[in-house]
Design a protein around this ligand. Structure first.
Ligand SMILES: N[C@@H](CCC(=O)N[C@@H](CS)C(=O)NCC(=O)O)C(=O)O
Length: 218
């Protein structure tokens, strides 16, 4: 692992932080893990608000440089650390990686984050939370299956791991573990999920492996 002075503000179960953890592991970059407990509202502390006025994890600190948002962080890491490229050179495959990242990061995850769930729980009703999230996951996964058809190899866009994979796996883990989505409907995604599990960079980034994961999740 390459020695760096990077700090990653993360929460064990955050799928957005999970994407960045995979990128750091693939590139072999050591970092300092700063736990931010979202359930305790630590993301709304004055110190954290200074780092990210949107009060979301992940945040990456690299000396004086502070980057909020997993996609921005991943692009920053890609620029700074060329090892293990996260984008293919083929233009079409590159575009598929951008689309997959966007389907997850704007079409699925924002609709299931804690603030949205709290709003639904309080303003609509607690029973509406899970059906809401599941419907958006299923819609996004259906689009991903179509997008990857004819392009997926061992991984999302061929036989190497790229950006799409970093977004897909944390979303599948959340879908299965937290929202009980039946992956049988999504054969490509199910196959990818199995393949990621073989890779140490993915295994070590998993929520239950993080220092702030509660004992019962391990
Ligand atoms: N677009 C942002 C979204 C960040 C985000 O939604 N983070 C979630 C955890 S995955 C969060 O901090 N939620 C806290 C909340 O909803 O209050 C990214 O990709 O980093």
């Amino acid at each position: 692992m390459e020695e760096q002075n990077l700090k990653l503000y993360s929460y064990w179960r955050s799928s957005c932080a999970h994407r960045v953890r995979i990128a750091l592991n693939l590139k072999g970059i050591k970092y300092d893990y700063k736990a931010v407990n979202l359930l305790k509202g630590e993301n709304f502390s004055p110190e954290f608000s200074k780092l990210n006025p949107l009060n979301f994890v992940p945040v990456l600190e690299d000396g004086d440089i502070v980057i909020c948002d997993s996609l921005a962080i991943i692009i920053y890491l890609e620029d700074k650390y060329p090892q293990h490229p996260l984008l293919p050179t083929d233009r079409q495959k590159k575009a598929i990686n951008y689309q997959a990242a966007s389907i997850v990061s704007s079409g699925i995850q924002p609709l299931q984050n804690l603030s949205v769930l709290k709003y639904i729980r309080e303003k609509v009703g607690p029973h509406e939370q899970v059906p809401w999230v599941r419907s958006h996951i299923i819609r996004g996964f259906t689009a991903l299956e179509k997008l990857l058809q004819g392009h997926a190899g061992k991984y999302a866009t061929g036989d190497d791991v790229y950006m799409a994979d970093l977004f897909i796996e944390p979303q599948i883990q959340g879908a299965v573990k937290r929202f009980n989505v039946d992956m049988a409907e999504f054969p490509i995604l199910s196959r990818l999920h199995e393949a990621y599990n073989e890779l140490p960079a993915f295994r070590d980034a998993a929520p239950e492996k993080q220092p702030d994961a509660p004992e019962e999740s391990k």
